[in-house]
Design a protein around this ligand. Structure first.
Ligand code: SF4
Length: 473
């Protein structure tokens, strides 16, 4: 997925940029980078891999060297960024978040015109997508016109920051799937993906950009460039899984929304007469919902297994799926006293492929658990995300829900049939949930509805993206 941070200041902005970008480290594990501009010297930039070294360590010496009044930084799960661009619109640094599904088509279109080229193998999968975005922007007469043109040409999603010598353009994607928020303190403004990234640096929130909104920020203030558009589809998974607990999206805190979701799951179980000894959460993103469940149900919260954090940095993410599963297993250590002969209820952020949850539950049974009830904090994931480079991105057929539908139907179902299974009011949906429960050997399984997710994030259903659960655009 990735995240970005930018600062424009009357003094040297580098340390604010360094720490502000570092606070996005939970959003990506591939590369981190920073670019600054000193009005006298011009641009300077540093990019490092963060697959086995954290951003702070990787960029520390660069941060000590760099100097400028305007800067942008990023954590990227895809291509190296920020890029420095020399164009007819002037020199600038650019960083992007989103996804381009028609990248190859756009590259061929640009090459056919004969007025551009791209660096060979500069991106993770060929042409660097941020370079492609810069090329689209440069087709227009102004940067803001170029941003809107690029957003309209792209099938997917595009939010970005562009740093010029004078300030920073901040643009949110056309339907506001990902956030961009502006912070302010004396003599400096920042633009950030995550709203918590600037709090310890002394900034306060000035405004969240609306869908498609483009602004230009300087150390003196904020200049509107393109107004927000009415259609909004904020990614609901930002609250459920991606976002850090301290972040707010649409003014709603992640931890608090997960807590509310857990409470609602407990209310749904009120009349089911399930006897549970402990409620536990799959760390980290399942924990807040588990606390909500425990508080609402009166069943004690416990941690029957704990993540061994000292030597397993978040950024250690092997490319190979088997190795990833092995690492996920090695990170968690069981506590016999809280598991043996106990009936446990586990809350996780979601069930995607089902592999990790299945292994965790097997492990709990092997460790002596009597029963394991499971409550995911979002509905069954039925469709792969086509808007963001979701680190858990997977083909539709890898999803446990889809595999269960194939088993129930005896063949690969049509799109219409998948829609029937996605509808929580149908018997097909109930049969699919039961098949998932059986397959993963849960004692019981219950999902929240989309309406419950909407209530927990306190944003109307038609203003959040729920595509991966409903298939509805
Ligand atoms: S499809 Fe899912 S993960 Fe992708 S933007 Fe929509 S809610 Fe977020």
């Amino acid at each position: 997925m990735g995240g970005f941070f930018g600062v424009v200041s009357k003094g040297n902005c580098t340390m604010d940029l360094f720490f502000g970008t570092d606070y996005h480290s939970h959003l990506g594990t591939y590369v981190g980078g920073m670019a600054v501009c000193d009005p006298e010297i011009g641009f300077d930039r540093s990019i490092h891999r963060i697959t086995s070294t954290q951003f702070r360590t990787a960029l520390e010496s660069a941060a000590a060297r760099m100097k400028g009044t305007v800067g942008i930084g990023c954590i990227s799960d895809t291509d190296p960024q920020p890029l420095l661009v020399c164009s007819r619109l002037g020199n600038y640094a650019i960083t992007t978040v989103g996804r381009i599904n028609n990248g190859e088509e756009l590259v061929q279109r640009a090459l056919k015109d004969g007025h551009t080229q791209f660096l060979e193998r500069s991106g993770n999968r060929g042409v660097n997508e941020t370079e492609l975005v810069a090329s689209l922007i440069n087709e227009k007469e102004t940067i803001e016109e170029g941003i809107r043109f690029a957003q309209e040409m792209i099938d997917g999603s595009l939010s970005l920051l562009i740093a010029t010598k004078e300030g920073i353009y901040a643009a949110r994607d056309l339907v506001g799937r990902t956030p961009v928020v502006i912070g302010m303190k004396e003599d400096a403004l920042c633009a950030s993906f995550e709203s918590h990234a600037y709090l310890n640096l002394g900034y306060h929130t000035l405004k969240e950009l609306g869908p498609a909104e483009v602004v230009f920020i300087t150390a003196d203030g904020i200049e509107p460039k393109l107004p927000p558009l009415p259609k909004k589809r904020m990614c609901a998974f930002m609250w459920t899984y991606y976002g850090y607990p301290t972040a707010n999206y649409e003014g709603v805190n992640v931890e608090a929304s997960r807590n509310r979701c857990g409470r609602m799951l407990a209310e749904n179980d009120k009349d089911k007469n399930i006897r549970i000894d402990y409620v536990g959460g799959i760390p980290d993103s399942g924990t807040a919902a588990a606390i909500g469940y425990a508080n609402a149900s009166g069943v004690p919260f416990a941690r029957p297994f704990i993540k061994y954090t000292p030597t397993w940095p978040r950024s250690f993410m092997p490319q190979n799926q088997n190795m990833r599963n092995q690492v996920a297993h090695m990170k968690l250590i069981a506590i016999d006293e809280l598991i043996r002969d106990k009936s446990l209820l586990l809350v996780d952020d979601s069930i995607v492929r089902g592999t990790q949850m299945g292994e965790t539950v097997d492990f709990l049974y092997e460790s002596g658990a009597r029963e394991v009830h499971v409550r995911p904090a979002c509905p069954p994931v039925m469709y792969g995300c086509k808007y963001l480079n979701f680190s858990r991105s997977t083909s539709d057929m890898d999803l446990i829900a889809r595999r269960c539908i194939v088993e129930l139907e005896g063949c690969v179902p049509s799109d219409e049939r998948v829609h029937v299974y996605a509808d929580a009011s149908t018997p097909e949906h109930a049969a699919m949930v039961e098949r998932i429960r059986e397959k993963l050997k849960f004692t019981s399984l219950a999902y929240p509805s989309v309406e419950m997710v909407s209530r927990s994030v306190q944003v109307p259903e038609d203003e959040i993206c729920t595509y991966c659960w409903t298939g509805k655009e």
